[in-house]
Design a protein around this ligand. Structure first.
Ligand SMILES: Nc1ncnc2c1ncn2[C@@H]1O[C@H](COP(=O)(O)OP(=O)(O)OP(=O)(O)O)[C@@H](O)[C@H]1O
Ligand SMILES: [Mg+2]
Length: 503
């Protein structure tokens, strides 16, 4: 392709002020797909026009002609006359100006009156670089096949959200980012409710340190235990669902232990309850027995200990840490998250640990929008203040609409993947900067791995297809139903119930 291949001619403004109609006859349409960016030179700058829609004469409905603007009608008359041409409706994505220190992208309200009959051309290599090659993290390619790179600092100096429906490719992309950042010696802590990131950590290059914790008992991983002394009566009640009678006995027991045995263990709590169940007042025996049973079940999970792992063991440069919480009750997961956020925040304030990425998968569980979780307040605090202390919060969610608005709105960088639900699209419209209606309209049509990155470090939102060549293993793989069924049916070690042929 020549440096400035002419792609079409401006026909004039579309229905909206930021819409430009272009007539083109180029048949090789790779460069003219939805989302592609074209250039239009004016005297002082280069306007960047993003393809929002493409229409051929067969798409025109005669009846629509009455609803069209004058320019639209004109456009469709042209393509009806020459069926090989088509109309591109483009939005003004921004402009490139050189004010002395190299080409810079400008966006926001750009006033521009399209000059009829002037030419629209393909981006030249320098413009491609200015728009898409924004850093060193190689994440994928645009619809028209330009490589897309993101800047490390631009991405991590502000909080980041990754939003998209199930299967849209969020965790795969996040894994790719972790892989790239790990090579840059990043400190990464991942809160992993589904144990999806264990394979990632296990397959990172050997130079990267990794720490794998599992809350409670999971073989082969370090155990993440909660400090029993940090668990209040309310927490015990919240975790186990015990009734008011048992709760008040637990309160009495904990008060006694705090006064007499400050370094108490869960076994001390159980012993005290046991004693009351056997020798207490007749009125409290039953409640103490219930409380004992509830807390014994909790203790059996192995997640109650006498201390939590030291924060300096959990966070370090050139280290990826995964806190695997699969199988743990949601309320306990919320307790763990609160504790981790608190400790990370304090340690960063004291400069005990390096700046880090704190990734919270399924973030709507920890800061839901409609109700309040025990972790909500700490999530909000970290979202509001963490950045100043070098904590980059990364929230991942399928449902932005279910995610606390304070948390979501503090995520200045957003990576959005396929989204269909209108309520979720509305949340994105409210919280994301410089996202156009056309791009939002595209989100339901996104394919797996398609992503749109927007935010302060990206004057123009960039759409890309995530690379598929991660070197680490992805733990959230979709199940291949057919293959598993086939394999299971061939197993000889499973006795199957044979339906009698004769009754
Ligand atoms: N860029 C990609 N290249 C190849 N495979 C991909 C890519 N992105 C996603 N996949 C595959 O698609 C499936 C779903 O991706 P992923 O686990 O990232 O979805 P998700 O958005 O995290 O979904 P959920 O919200 O349910 O966790 C996985 O099997 C993953 O391996
Ligand atoms: Mg996922």
């Amino acid at each position: 392709m020549s440096e400035s291949q002419i792609l079409g001619t401006v026909l004039g403004q579309g229905r909206r002020a930021d819409e430009v109609l272009i007539v083109s006859t180029i048949e090789k349409t790779g460069t003219l797909r939805r989302g592609a960016i074209l250039a239009h030179d004016t005297l002082s700058e280069t306007m960047l026009l993003q393809v929002a829609n493409k229409m051929t004469w067969s798409d025109v409905n005669e009846q629509d002609l009455y609803l069209m603007s004058e320019n639209e009608r004109l456009a469709y008359q042209i393509i009806q006359r020459s069926p090989k041409s088509y109309v591109l409706s483009c939005t003004i994505a921004g402009a490139i100006r050189d004010e002395g220190d190299g080409p810079q992208i400008f966006s926001g309200t750009i006033s521009f009156v399209a000059d009829k009959s002037s030419e629209v051309r393909a981006l030249n290599p320098e413009e491609v670089k200015t728009i898409y090659d924004r850093g060193t993290l190689f994440v994928g390619r645009t619809v028209d096949d330009h490589p897309v790179t993101l800047p490390v600092n631009g991405l991590v100096q502000r909080h980041l959200s990754i939003i998209g429906m199930t299967g849209s490719g969020k965790s795969y992309l996040l894994g790719l980012l972790c892989e790239e950042l790990a090579r840059r010696k990043a400190a990464i802590l991942i809160v992993d409710p589904h144990n999806e990131y264990i394979p990632l950590a296990q397959t990172l290059p050997r130079e990267t340190r990794r720490m794998l914790y599992s809350v409670g008992t999971a073989t082969g991983l370090n155990t993440y235990t909660l400090d029993v002394k940090e668990i209040s009566t309310f927490d015990f009640q919240h975790f186990t669902g015990m009734g008011p009678g048992s709760t008040s006995i637990v309160e009495t027991v904990l008060q006694g232990l705090r006064e007499n045995t400050p370094q108490y263990t869960i076994q001390d709590v159980l012993n005290e309850l046991d004693a009351r169940a056997k020798h207490g007042q007749p009125s409290e025996k039953a409640a103490a027995t219930w409380a004992r049973n509830y807390i014994q079940t909790l203790a059996n999970t192995g997640m109650i200990g006498i201390r939590e792992p030291p924060i300096r063991e959990m966070v370090g440069a050139n280290q990826v840490t995964v806190i695997a919480m699969s199988g743990v009750r949601e309320r306990i997961q919320q307790f763990v998250v609160t504790s981790i956020l608190k400790r990370v925040f304090d340690a960063r304030r004291q400069r005990e640990i390096p700046p880090l990425l704190l990734i919270v998968e399924e973030a709507h569980r920890f800061a839901p929008s409609r109700e309040s979780a025990s972790s909500s307040a700490m999530m909000r605090t970290l979202a509001a203040e963490g950045r100043k202390f070098g904590v980059c919060l990364v929230v991942v969610s399928q449902r932005p609409n279910r995610l606390d608005t304070t948390v979501l709105s503090q995520c200045v960088t957003n990576i959005v993947m396929k989204v269909k639900n209108p309520a979720d699209l509305a949340s994105i419209r409210e919280s994301a900067e410089n996202v156009t209606e056309d791009l939002l309209g595209e989100l339901p049509r996104f394919e797996r791995g398609d992503a749109l990155v927007m935010g302060e470090a990206f004057p123009i939102s960039i759409r890309f297809k995530t690379r598929s060549d991660r070197t680490t293993m992805h733990g959230g793989k979709s199940v291949d139903f057919e293959a598993v069924w086939q394999a299971e049916s061939e197993r000889r070690d499973v006795k199957r119930f044979a339906f009698p042929t004769k009754l």
